[in-house]
Design a protein around this ligand. Sequence first.
Ligand code: PEP
Ligand code: MG
Length: 578
Amino acid sequence: MRRAFPGNAAAPGMALGRVRLERPARFSVDSSPLPDTEVDAEIARLEKAFAAAHADLAELRRKLHGTLAREVGEFIDAHAQLLNDPDLREGLRAMIRKGHYRAEAALKAQRDRLVAVFDAMDDPYLRSRGEDVGHVIARVQSALARQASNEEKKLATRVGEILVTDSIAPGELAHLASHGILAVVSESGSPYSHSAILARSMHLPMLVNVTGVLDDLRDGDLALVDGVRGEVVVHPAAQDLARFRTWQRDALREGQRLARLAGAETRTRDGHPLRIFANAERPDDVELARNLGAAGVGLYRTESLFLSSAGLPNEDEQFNAYRDAMFGAGGQPVTIRTLDLGADKADSAGLVEASEPNPALGVRGVRLSLRQPDVFVTQLRAILRASCYGPLRILVPMITDAAQLVEVRRLLNECARDLRTEGHEIPDQFELGAMIEVPAAAINVRALLDVADFLAIGSNDLTQYVLAVDRNNDQLGKLYQPAHPAVLHLLAWIIGHARHARKPVCLCGEIAGDPAFAPLLVALGLEDFSMSPDRILAQRDALAHCDRAALRALAPRLLRANDHSEVAALLQDIATAA
Ligand code: PEP
Ligand code: MG
C-alpha cells in the first residue's frame, strides 16, 4: 500500500528504485564470553579487520577525483586518524584479553561508550564528532562481518538502489554514488552536513530527517524519492509515477538546454561580457573546464597533491602535475595556488602542528609555507618550471599583510634566479596574486593592491572569518550566510578597489558557482567568476538572465540591507519586475 514519509530535501531531484536498508544494528553481536584458548586468535581477527578498514579508506581516497577528493578527503583522513588511535586499539585488545569479549562485542561496547562521551559534551561541534566515531567503528564491524561470511563487497549490488540509512558519512556517500546508487534517504542528518553538500555536488537526490523509514520499509520495496516535495513514497501509485516521468522529461530537457551552453560566451542579458574560470585540482578538471568554455583556471588547489602521496611530493612530481594542468588548459591562463594546508584541511604529510588550540586561526596557508621554507621553495620551483608551458599565475592563500606577499615574491625571484643558473628556461615575468579571505586583507585591500598583480576572493573563508562561523560546523549552518550584508560590504569594497587599481579580481568561493548568487554578485560589480567545472553551464545560464544595469543600480540598497533576508527580498523584487 502506498505510504509517504516526509523529510527535508538536502539535495534536489527525484529517483525511483528498490530500497536497500542499511540498519545501524545489522552486525550480529555474540556476547557469550570467549574461551581462553581463542583470545590470541580473536585479537588477530580484530587487527585484521582494522587493517581491512584502513585499506577500504585508502581505496576510497584513491578513487575520488576532482573536487570530491578535496571535499571528502579531509573526512577520510580524520577517519583514518581515528582508526589509528592507539588508545582505542589498546582498549579493545584489553577487553578481549582481560574481559573475554568477542571482537564484535568489544567494538559495540567501545562505540556505545565513546558515543555517550561525545553526546555529553557541551560543544555542539565536538558532540557531532561522536557521529564520526560511530562511522569508523561501523567500518571495522563491517570488515569483521566480511571476514566471517566471506561475503562479497555489497557495494557492487547497490546499482539502481536507494540507500535508506540512519546516517551516512561523506566518504561512504561518494563511494556509493560512484557505484551507481540512485538516492539516499536518511533518518537523521541536516541539509548543512558535509554529506548533504556532497550529495548536491554529485547531483544525488537526498532526503534527511525522514522518521520511521528504517522500521517501516523492507529491502526491495519500490520507492520514489521526491526531492522536490521532500518525501519518500513507498509503493508509489500511478500519479506518483506520472509525476516522476514529468520530472524526468523536464530534467532531461534542462540538461540538453544547458549542454548547448558549453563553449558559449558568458554575457548578461544586457550584453555585458563576464568571464567564467574553473576551480580545479587535477589536470582532468582543467580539460573538462576547457571543453565547457571556461576562460582558464581561476584556482588550482594544490593540497590534494600533498594529501594523496604518502610523504611530501618532490619537485619533479609537482612539476609534472602543474605542467599537465598547463597542457590541459591549452594556452589559457592557469592560476596555481600555493599550498593551503592547515585548519580544516587535514594534513597527512605531517606539516601542520597537531596540537594547535585554534587551527582556523593558526598556522595555515601562507603562514605555514613561510615557516617551512624548504617545502615552500620546492613548490615554488616546480610552479616556476611549469610556467614556460603557458600563462601561469601564482596565487597565495591566507594573506593578511602585504609584507607576506612581498616575501613570497622575494623567494620566487630567488628560485627563478637559481633555476636559470641550473639551465631551466623561466619567463622573465610571472604574475603573483593574493587570496582575499581574511577580513584584514579585505579591509586593507589597497595595501595588497600595491604589491599584487591580481586578487582572488576566497568567499568561503572570508564568510567564516567575518561572521565567526566555522564553515564546517553543521550546527551553525543557518548562521553561515555569504549574503550577510557585512560580507557584501567587503565584497563590494574589494571589487571596487581592484577596479580602481585596474587589477583583475576573481571570486573563487562556492557562491561564484551558485546560480542563486549570480544576481547578487553581478550587482556588486563582479566580472570574473571561478567555480567547479560541474557548475559552469548552470551558472552561465543564470548570469545570462541577469540585467546588469538594473542590478548595479540596486547595489546601494543591497548594501543598506539589515540582514541577508532583506537582501534576498530586494533581489526577489527585481527578479519579479524583470
Ligand atoms: C575560499 O576560501 O573561498 C577558497 C576558495 O579557498 P578554500 O575553499 O580552498 O579554502
Ligand atoms: Mg580559503
